[in-house]
Design a protein around this ligand. Structure first.
Ligand SMILES: Cc1cc2nc3c(=O)[nH]c(=O)nc-3n(C[C@H](O)[C@H](O)[C@H](O)COP(=O)(O)OP(=O)(O)OC[C@H]3O[C@@H](n4cnc5c(N)ncnc54)[C@H](O)[C@@H]3O)c2cc1C
Length: 306
């Protein structure tokens, strides 16, 4: 089921057809408050009142024209201004392919630098998502270059990849901000752990090494991008054993998923950020959310009848 859904996420014909179906538009509402930035900002204001911070992401990936990247960057500059005007604890996370990485890496670097500068004006960071494995080396190297001139940028790493432990060690000298996720793409066993047990074990091991680096005095921001509460609790136990406070890491979850846990953790003093996605290009992103949990497919199908 997971592989089928991930194949569907990449299929160009389905990408055109499915978003036009009324029931899929209705089903996707479970994972996003609306397609426009205003819906996301309004949702973030509500979360702010509950002590939950936000990450905004406008959905979209691989572009065909560099002018589209310029428009995406301009959109995010405006969004960062709105976040600041509304005094939200909000950050932006984007995919490099969304700001032209396939077409012009230097222009992408300029865009990312400008966005990081704008985020810095409000004392916030800019996050870079991690995409499929073909982009991983390029994205890590891009992050190193960007980080050389901008201290306030974070990078997503994926625990299903065998290379991630080495990437983490490689990045420690640049004082990174890391969001660790399990990984959302369909990767082969030659480069990725395929069993849940291995992915989770690597997730925990990577978290422990980030906490140990912090304990040893390294500057590293640790974000746990997962809904796996059992793993979060294990990480919290390791932090306590090392004498680190609960605020030595933050929990980042997606809008609409385990909201009860997001509220509970925020109430218990953890730093929680809810990632709110918005935008019209939601199809591949939504299919990856379905692939993560087969029960979501039943939820989507029920929208046809109910
Ligand atoms: C803030 C954030 C940013 C992310 N950024 C990236 C990125 O840049 N690159 C990337 O490859 N991946 C990214 N992901 C996705 C990530 O890789 C996983 O695919 C996703 O988080 C599901 O794995 P999990 O860690 O929640 O654990 P799982 O073991 O998959 O899930 C644990 C539990 O959480 C709940 N759950 C998980 N997913 C869903 C869902 N879709 N619907 C309903 N319940 C669910 C279920 O109760 C499940 O039992 C991001 C995830 C988050 C939270």
């Amino acid at each position: 089921m997971r592989r089928l859904l991930l194949w569907m996420a990449r299929n160009a014909w389905l990408r055109r057809v499915i978003p036009r179906l009324w029931f899929s538009r209705r089903a996707v509402r479970r994972f996003m408050p609306g397609e426009d930035a205003e819906s996301a900002l309004a949702a973030a204001t509500g979360f702010g009142a509950e002590g939950i911070a936000t990450i905004f992401t406008r959905l979209g990936e691989n572009l065909t024209e560099i002018a589209e990247a310029d428009a995406v960057a301009a959109h995010y500059l405006t969004l960062l201004d709105q976040i600041r005007e509304r005094e939200l604890d909000g950050e932006v996370s984007l995919k490099l392919t969304q700001i032209g990485f396939d077409l012009d890496a230097e222009r992408t670097l300029e865009h990312a630098g400008r966005l990081a500068d704008r985020a810095a004006e409000a004392g916030r960071s800019l996050w870079i998502d991690m995409e499929g494995s073909a982009y991983v080396e390029g994205t890590v190297a891009f992050y190193e270059r960007l980080k050389a001139d901008h201290s306030n940028v974070g990078l997503c790493l994926q625990s299903y990849l065998r290379r991630t432990a080495a990437d983490l060690q490689r990045l420690l000298p640049v004082e990174p901000e890391i969001r660790l996720v399990k990984g959302a793409y369909d990767e082969p066993a030659s480069i990725a752990y395929r069993s849940r047990r291995e992915v989770d074990a690597n997730y925990l091991a990577l978290c422990v090494s980030m906490l140990e680096a912090r304990k040893a005095g390294r500057s590293i921001r640790i974000g746990l991008g997962t809904h796996d509460v059992r793993l979060i609790e294990q990480v919290a136990e390791h932090a306590t054993a090392l004498g680190l406070p609960r605020t030595s890491f933050e929990v980042q979850m997606l809008y609409g998923i385990r909201m009860d846990q997001q509220r509970r953790l925020a109430g218990e003093g953890y730093v929680v950020r809810d990632l709110i996605a918005y935008g019209e290009a939601w199809y591949p992103w939504y299919m990856r959310r379905l692939a993560e949990r087969p029960a979501n497919v039943m939820f989507a199908l029920r929208q046809i009848v109910g």
